[in-house]
Write a protein that binds this ligand. Structure first.
Ligand code: IMP
Ligand code: MG
Length: 178
């Protein structure tokens, strides 16, 4: 383990096992439906790549780059999408794929935005959740793991664009980001 980490929270093996279970659950729940997986960049990229290969269905895979313009703009629902939303939402069964739910502002704002385009259904799948930090009422429909109130990195999650490529999830020591 690297010096910057205080603990490995979830190992490669634990993550792969849980991702398989999530994929099987989604496969069962969407058995006659072609879901559109919408990954929220960049944190989702590892999770979505693994999850998609554990879903035994025809899937449409899309990405949205969401820019956070600070606490206030996000909390007011003013989420800015960095790339063009160049795919159909209307009538589609959307599963938003996120790395982590923290305050919930990002996901809430994004969900409200997509709901304006009248999808047939919209669910949220998050690898991690910090429920104790929630500021708005939103919960994932599919969840990998509950996460303690610490800053975590790896498996797509970054600190200043570092650590995304680690196969495990670790707790970053506060002195590194503090
Ligand atoms: P929210 O709008 O507060 O729920 O923000 C969620 C976003 O914050 C996630 O998509 C991550 O990009 C980022 N984030 C929150 N907690 C962590 C963490 O522990 N490590 C890395 N990124 C995090
Ligand atoms: Mg993110």
């Amino acid at each position: 383990m690297k010096d910057e980490f205080s603990e490995i929270l979830f190992t490669d093996e634990q993550i792969q096992q849980r991702v398989k279970e999530l994929g099987a659950q989604i496969t069962e729940d969407y058995c006659d439906i072609k879901p559109t997986l919408v990954g929220i960049l960049k944190g989702c990229f590892v999770f979505l790549a693994d999850l998609a290969r554990c879903i035994d269905l025809e899937c449409d895979i899309r990405f949205l780059q969401v820019s956070s313009y600070g606490f206030m703009s996000v909390s007011s629902g003013n989420v800015k999408i960095g790339n063009e939303m160049d795919f159909e939402i209307e009538g589609r069964d959307i599963i938003l794929i996120e790395d982590i739910l923290d305050s919930g502002f990002t996901m809430m704002a994004l969900r409200n935005l997509l709901m304006k385009n009248t999808p047939a259904s919209l669910k949220v799948c998050s690898l991690l959740d910090k429920p104790m930090r929630r500021k708005v009422q939103i919960a994932p429909d599919y969840l990998g793991f509950e996460c303690p109130d610490e800053f975590v990195v790896g498996y797509g999650l970054d600190f200043s664009e570092r650590y995304r490529n680690l196969p495990y999830i670790a707790v970053l020591k506060p002195e590194i980001y503090g």
